[in-house]
Design a protein around this ligand. Structure first.
Ligand code: SAM
Ligand code: SF4
Ligand code: F3S
Length: 486
């Protein structure tokens, strides 16, 4: 597959489509006597979320407004995920619902994009059973969305655009509608070359390609000027950033550059792969006060035999060495992970090694998954698939152990007063606010006195010290002592 950098001509074409569509939607708004609206539904990871922010940005440039009530949007985009079967089930479950909406609003456009569209069976199913879907495109064609949407509207026929090229574009081409006031998502690279044998991502997202160091730093400076306090550097394997670029810059260079930008109180990243993580990244976490003291490092399995069969080129001992170094250098930091239970061939002995590894690393939290067979991946054709009752039973045992460790990690916070970045108000419990510590622990807190409405409305993205006085399995409770940002 070819990696293609978007040219100025490509961008010009998309800009022209954008302005054509803004005229089209302007006329539609005048005809309907109301705003033309959009909704982007995100089913996947933070990279998907970041793509959705770009799609929303393009739609806003076309003059559309986000839908704010129960009405049907005029443009609906479903940005899908294929990582596990349940993410796919959710899409097909939801798609049927929109059939009647489409009947009532003939101007409505329904687009489906994201990783699921790189699986041919899914596209065939849409062609066969969902003729009211107007546009289908893959993640690599995100930047072609304006021209694809224009062509769909012009042709009034279902348009399927799935290609084989892996595009890369810097983000200066369209505006980004950043959904969270406190956090900016910044992809530094796209795709993945690791081909873990269970994983669909390399097929869905294509070959690994890194943005240029200069364009990333430029975007970081813009974000800081816009007042974002937290930045999240994104990639499937951020530690292999820069391969194929000529300037020799590595992920550690980007991480450090971000930490040096005044205005960022939190610099985070996701995800890193044990085979590529180097100590310099951990040293930066230790040395910079605004570097998040949180390392998310996927273990997947504690059995060296299974790691090999997963094509994860590290041993549990190598993983432990990283964990030990992190614990030694980043005091009070949190180590989190991803684990798959029931990978083909997993024996009780392999699983016990996973439990032992979890016990050794004392993960502060973990995303635990039951293995899901992904068509087209090598592991899907492995003979020794584990029966589902065995997987469920092991999964419960892992959860029990990990829940206990997460609870202990939260208990260790009780009595401390730590700075948190406030994320918002609890929807279920009035008077309760949420935020995260620098170690990414979730904190639910109260304020000493009910603040004025304008202070309340402005809490998201503020920093403050919270006295932590109670631990729960997945969070801690506390009270705000004072704001630290003036
Ligand atoms: N690139 C990241 C890394 O290697 O750390 C992982 C990204 S992937 C989107 C998130 C997690 O989904 C993986 O770490 C893995 O635990 C899980 N996952 C991926 N494929 C899976 C599958 N077929 N079944 C179950 N879990 C899976
Ligand atoms: Fe999937 Fe492995 Fe790539 Fe992560 S590193 S996205 S698990 S193939
Ligand atoms: Fe899903 Fe694609 Fe992310 S498969 S997890 S949305 S990279």
């Amino acid at each position: 597959m070819a990696i293609i950098r978007l040219t100025e001509d490509d961008k010009k074409i998309e800009k022209e489509a954008l302005s054509e569509l803004s005229e089209y939607y302007g006329a539609m708004s005048a005809r309907l006597g109301r705003h033309v609206t959009y909704e982007v539904l995100t089913y996947g990871c933070q990279l998907n979320e970041s793509d959705s922010e770009k799609l929303s940005g393009m739609l806003e440039e076309m003059g559309l407004s986000p839908k704010t009530d129960d009405s049907t949007p005029d443009v609906l985009i479903l940005n899908t995920c294929a990582v596990r079967e349940n993410a796919e089930d959710r899409l097909f479950g939801n798609l049927g619902v929109y059939k009647s909406d489409k009947k009532q609003n003939r101007d409505m456009t329904i687009a489906v994009c994201g990783c699921m569209m790189k699986v041919p069976e899914n596209v065939d199913r849409i062609k066969r059973s969902y003729p009211y879907v107007d546009l289908v495109f893959d993640p690599q064609h995100l930047y072609h969305f304006p021209s694809l949407l224009r062509d769909t509207i012009r042709s009034k026929k279902q348009l399927i655009n799935i290609g084989s090229a892996d595009y890369i574009a810097e983000d200066d081409f369209c505006s980004i509608d950043r959904k969270r006031k406190f956090r900016a998502l910044v992809p530094i690279m796209y795709g993945c070359n690791n081909f873990c044998t269970y994983c669909i991502v390399p097929y869905a997202r294509g070959r690994e390609r890194s943005r240029s160091f200069d364009s990333i730093v430029e975007e970081l400076n813009i974000i800081a000027d816009q007042g974002f306090k937290e930045v999240m550097l994104l990639g499937q394997n951020v530690n292999s950033y820069g391969k194929g670029n000529e300037d020799g810059k590595t992920f550690a260079d980007i991480f450090e550059a971000a930490c040096n930008i005044k205005g960022f109180s939190r610099v985070r990243f996701m995800s890193s792969h044990p085979k590529d993580l180097n100590n310099r990244v951990i040293d930066i976490m230790r040395d910079y006060p605004n570097a998040e003291k949180h390392l998310h490092l996927a273990l997947q399995s504690g059995s060296d035999r299974l790691l090999k069969s997963m094509n994860r080129p590290y041993t549990s001992r190598q993983f432990f060495d990283i964990a030990d170094y992190f614990r030694k250098e980043v005091k009070g930091g949190s180590l989190t992970t991803d684990i798959i239970v029931g990978f083909p061939g997993e024996t009780e002995e392999d699983f016990v090694k996973t439990l032992e590894a979890v016990e050794y690393c004392k993960f502060d939290s973990a995303f635990t998954f039951q293995y899901s067979k992904r068509p087209g991946t090598p592991a899907a054709s492995y003979k020794d698939q584990v029966p589902s009752d065995v997987v469920s039973e092991r999964f419960s045992r892992l959860l029990e152990l990990q829940n206990d460790l997460a609870y202990k990690s939260n208990q260790a916070k009780v009595g401390l007063t730590e700075e948190i970045l406030i994320e918002g108000q609890s929807k279920q419990q009035p008077g309760i606010y949420t935020g995260r510590t620098l170690s990414n622990h979730l904190v639910n807190f109260t304020l000493p006195a009910e603040p004025a409405q304008d202070v309340k409305d402005d809490l998201e993205g503020r920093l403050g010290m919270v006295r932590i006085d109670y631990a729960r399995p997945y969070s801690v409770d506390g009270e705000l002592v004072r704001f630290t940002d003036g």
